[in-house]
Design a protein around this ligand. Structure first.
Ligand SMILES: Cc1ncc(COP(=O)(O)O)c(C=O)c1O
Length: 436
């Protein structure tokens, strides 16, 4: 292992200084680590630190850093073919489409490939409008769908993302997500009116005729907005509303997909099938690849040239995606996420007696949020910030999320070893204990 010395500490400082003088100031980094190598769940820094990664590059390296089967598939493809774009067809594109359709919810049987989550959302919006001939799109407060102009028009998790950047796309409307701890007054265990479609019904009656709506886009588990698992009837209710009014249901599985939630896609827990689905992040385990999937009846509304991208479906990225899907299936990765996640959630829930501000521990699989609030409902973002710093000082990288910045999110690699998970859990506990 690399040792921390005065020299390599200066090396890290040097990189930070060069970053400040050459790289755009918009990146909001979760740490000041300068990482030069990674393996499994470990990040190795230029100044000799070995840091446990509970962030997976924001939900991307679900199979851990440097998974040998992905590395091998990418190496092989680099030697064979890098790029043709739409000047030709290449076999890896078809293999990637077939593999992805093979793990997608039933009925979703066509794939458009692009490079990132926001691009897959852009494609979903354009396709929904094209397929329905309707203009309006409904999204949810708290949602994060990306930062390009179409995607940011849907994103409503933090007002700062929009500061002085409007006007945004017309025809977009937001309704509250059934985030009961924050939005609702009903008793725990009582039916949630938001999950039952109350806000949508009101929007249709007062402002947006249902027959003008092309799509409802939703994250099956709210991601950046706070790792919120909605009540079980929410997605089936959305499906029924869409069916009733001829609206397309777009599921954004960019963060919740690819095994993360303990199922291949989070919507599978509720047996809800989309018309259009967005996949990105873990699809290439770190190589940039994303996809917009749709049923063939929806996708056939797009004709050649009506949408496209130069790099989308790049052979090297497709080779990574094919290998990722293969490993997800053969190593039963979603099942592993489900098992580790339910035991981790129980452990952390047992801490609630010890940590009064730990208001809710929620999640599915290894997509877990710890929300900090006072009994009167006041968010406690300072606890989260302090715990994150304490964890980092003890070599555990933690991410945060939430509309009020008061949620610790746990999103480690799904391949994390039992030992690393136990070590990270212990550091997390001690970091919270020292922060309240
Ligand atoms: C649910 C969801 N959709 C879309 C995006 C945008 O993805 P990207 O940053 O790859 O454009 C994200 C990114 O965090 C996301 O979590």
């Amino acid at each position: 292992m690399i040792q921390t010395t005065g020299n390599n500490v200066a090396l890290a400082a040097g990189w930070r200084d060069r970053d400040a003088h050459s790289v755009a100031s918009c990146y909001s980094r979760y740490s000041d680590l300068v990482v030069e190598r990674a393996e499994g769940s470990h990040l190795y820094t230029v100044d000799g630190r070995d840091v446990l990664d509970f962030g997976s590059g924001i939900g991307v390296t679900n199979l851990g850093h440097g998974h040998p089967k992905i590395v091998e598939a990418v190496h092989r493809q680099v030697d064979a073919l890098w790029h043709t774009s739409v000047t030709t067809l290449h076999p890896k594109l078809v293999e990637a489409a077939e593999a992805l359709i093979g793990i997608a919810p039933p009925g979703v049987d066509r794939a458009f490939f692009c490079n990132a989550g926001a691009e897959s959302v852009e494609a979903a919006m354009k396709l929904a409008r094209r397929a329905t001939g309707r203009s309006e799109i409904i999204a949810f407060q708290g949602a994060f769908h990306g930062r390009t102009y179409g995607a940011i028009s849907l994103t409503a998790s933090k007002a700062k993302y929009r500061t002085s950047m409007g006007p945004f796309l017309p025809g977009v409307h937001h309704v509250p997500y059934p985030y009961c701890l924050r939005e609702c007054t009903h008793a725990a265990g009582e039916p949630c009116p938001l999950a039952a479609g109350k806000a949508l019904a009101s929007l249709f009656r007062t402002y947006v005729p249902a027959e003008s709506v092309a799509a409802i886009i939703v994250e099956p588990i709210l991601g950046e907005g706070g790792y919120v698992v909605p009540p079980q009837n929410f997605l089936p209710t959305l499906r029924a509303i869409c069916d009733e009014h001829g609206i397309l249901l777009v599921l954004d599985e960019v963060q919740s997909g690819m095994g993360r939630s303990g199922a291949m896609f989070a919507s599978m827990h509720d047996h809800v099938t989309p018309d259009i689905m967005c996949v990105a992040k873990a699809l290439g385990n770190g190589l940039p690849i994303a996809a917009t999937l749709a049923t063939h009846t929806v996708m056939e509304h797009w004709h050649p040239g009506e949408h496209g991208t130069t790099y989308g479906g790049n052979p090297v990225a497709c080779a990574a995606a094919v290998a990722v899907i293969d490993v997800m299936k053969s190593e039963k990765i979603p099942e592993r996420a489900a098992k580790l996640g339910s035991s981790l959630i129980s452990t952390i829930r047992s801490w609630q007696a010890e940590f009064a501000p730990l208001a809710e521990v929620r999640g599915r699989g290894l997509m877990i949020g710890l929300e900090f609030r006072d009994p009167d409902g006041k968010p406690r973002p300072e606890v989260v910030e302090k715990a994150q710093k304490a964890a980092l000082a003890a070599d555990l990288l933690l991410l945060t999320c939430g509309i009020d910045d008061n949620v610790i999110r746990l999103i480690p690699p799904l391949t994390i070893t039992d030992t690393d998970l136990a070590t990270g859990t212990r550091i997390l506990h001690d970091a919270i204990a020292g922060s309240i």
